[in-house]
Design a protein around this ligand. Structure first.
Ligand code: ADP
Ligand code: ASP
Ligand code: MG
Length: 406
């Protein structure tokens, strides 16, 4: 008997027909004598509609109450699946985040899980129940409902799997697994059979939304075996596991594209000690994370400073930067929202040279201008104009031979 945590995303629970298909799969695992905990997302599009509704109610909806509203999407699907399973004669029980023992901090909209205690679920499993948990939500120390950020049901599932010491956390989605790049952008993308936590984490950070970043951090920290697979077929998907020796032989495992960043440039900032601190400290205080930073020194004793933030943080970041620009005597602030960050990722980069050159040559061959570059041990990222994003992904995918891997 195995303990399986199965998470189903928005398209997998999009309507009653799809929830019935989920019930079939859950039922099959249970009939095979496995213990099953199901974690559900809201029906696809529902979280977006709830956000839109809140924005009709107020221009800047109160963040605490917005979380109460958003959590209803997952409450609905969890209840519906439990209703279906019970109508089929199975013992099933739904749990909201707080009932599942998920305690978070107080950051409404992107709360972090501080602690998880699945004793209610464990007791119900031992009594022979199928447990159905509303993903994406928890509660803070005062009992207020919180949500875990977009895509947060992945993190609910991995956290529950780690707390219950489940044999596997299955992430059921609308693609067959983790691909070498987004299969919706590149038709020659290939399914990866096995990927390390580290590479998966980079892919998630750099824009492959198939798994939420925090779910991969959690899986890596607590060694949770994650199986990403399709809810539409029975194919084996991708196993996300610890790094093994054979993995370094693959130089580039995947290509990602992130369209969710925007660029801010301060022109002609005085080139003096302390200026960067003056610019970036107020951003940090406002909890805005800055991703890439480039500083170009000119000969006349001033510099241009460019950085990127997520589009969600852009308006607030711009407001703060314009204020600071006046204080430090910068000439002007210019912005670019239509940018994309394309990245190549692979453990093999640790031990192979020439990846950057191949990347730059491939982009040059399509006349794509690189605006910013950043690197880590296992990835290289370039910022380019958004209109070239898909072309860049396809070009890099074939330049690194990913069209051919089996
Ligand atoms: P769910 O609603 O099931 O959580 P998501 O939409 O959050 O699903 O994630 C699945 C989507 O991630 C896929 O439809 C695909 O377009 C996208 N995606 C981006 N990069 C990749 C990748 N490298 N491999 C697989 N899917 C990817
Ligand atoms: N429903 C939430 C979202 O759309 C959480 C999730 O699906 O994982 O982001
Ligand atoms: Mg998702």
């Amino acid at each position: 008997m195995a303990l399986r945590v199965q998470k189903y995303g928005g398209t997998s629970v999009a309507n009653i027909e799809r929830i019935n298909c989920v019930a079939d799969r859950v039922q099959k695992a249970f009939d095979e004598k496995d213990q099953v905990v199901v974690v559900l997302s809201a029906m696809s599009g529902v979280t977006d509609s709830l956000i839109a509704l809140a924005k009709q109610a107020a221009e800047r909806p109160d963040r605490r109450e917005l979380d109460v509203l958003l959590a209803t999407g997952e409450q609905t699907t969890a209840a519906l699946l439990a209703i279906i399973l019970k109508s089929r004669g199975y013992k099933a029980k739904s749990f909201l985040g707080f009932q599942a023992g998920i305690k978070t901090d107080k950051t409404s909209g992107k709360a972090r899980i501080l602690d998880i205690n699945c004793k209610n679920i464990q007791t119900s499993l031992d009594e022979g129940y199928i447990c159905v948990v509303a993903g994406f939500q928890g509660a803070d120390e005062d009992g207020a409902i919180t949500t875990l950020g977009r895509g947060g049901s992945d993190t609910s599932a991995v956290a529950i799997a780690s707390s219950l010491k489940a044999d596997v956390c299955e992430i059921f989605t609308d693609v067959d697994g983790v691909y070498t790049t987004d299969p919706r952008i590149c038709s020659s993308a290939r399914k990866i059979k096995k990927i390390s936590y580290e590479e998966m984490l980079e892919m998630a950070i750099l824009g492959a939304k198939v798994l939420q970043i925090r779910s991969v951090e959690f899986a890596k920290k607590y060694n949770v075996p994650v199986h990403v697979r399709s809810s539409f077929n029975e194919e084996e998907g991708t196993m996300v596991v610890n790094e093994s020796a054979d993995m370094e032989s693959v130089i580039v495992s995947g290509i990602t594209c992130d369209m969710n960043e925007a660029r801010i440039t301060l022109k002609r900032v005085p080139d003096q000690p302390g200026i960067s601190a003056k610019i970036f400290s107020p951003l940090a205080k406002a909890e805005i994370s800055v991703d890439m930073i480039i500083q170009n020194t000119r000969t006349g004793g001033d510099t241009d400073l460019t950085f990127t933030v997520t589009k969600d943080d852009f308006d607030r970041a711009l407001e703060i930067t314009e204020k600071v620009a006046k204080e430090v005597g910068a000439e002007e602030v210019i912005t670019a929202e239509e940018i994309a960050k394309v990245s190549v990722i692979g453990l093999g980069m640790k031990s192979h040279s020439g990846v950057a050159a191949t990347m730059f040559e491939a982009l040059a061959s399509e006349n794509i201008n690189i605006r910013m570059i950043s690197t880590s041990e296992i990835r290289i990222s370039c910022v380019i104009l958004a209109k070239y994003a898909e072309l860049a992904v396809r070009t890099l995918h074939s330049a690194f031979g990913l069209d051919q891997i089996k």
